[in-house]
Design a protein. Sequence first.
Length: 187
Amino acid sequence: AVINWASFNIGKGESVQFQQPNSNAVALNRVLGNDGTTILGNLSANGKVFIVNPNGVLFGHGASVNTAGLVASTLDISNADFMAGKYQFAGNGTGKVLNQGSISAPGGYVALLGANVSNEGTIQARLGSVALAAGRAITLDVAGDGLLNVAVDGGAVGALVNNGGLIQADGGSVVLTAQAAGDLLKT
């Protein structure tokens, strides 16, 4: 499903729950307004949730996310690519993707994408994958085993990935990758 929002925020003490057909279902939440997305409360889903906002995505202190999969991105994805399962993100989003809360996707994946991506909180994906990727064009490939492959196809000026928090993917994989504009080597 594709949902376009003027704004998408969850206040402290508030909850949003996505009821999806199964754990493989994906809800793309695209924010069209001028402000970043701020999650301070609880976000849960029995499936996967994508939040796309070029102005930034913040999971603040006290935020709690529990899904089968989460993508938070300042890069956009076309409806056609999304519906075809081609997770190709691109754009010049100016906001940051920052996690200061707690994100959990047991057996699934968590991907934070944009030109400036940072984890200061906790991200857990036991038997799954966690990816923090910075660039102007990023492709996610979910393999049949549920693990996430990441390709940064286009560099961004000042591309930055920072992990000052805790990332756990026991039995899974963790990928941190950034490509700055002008780099000679692709990651």
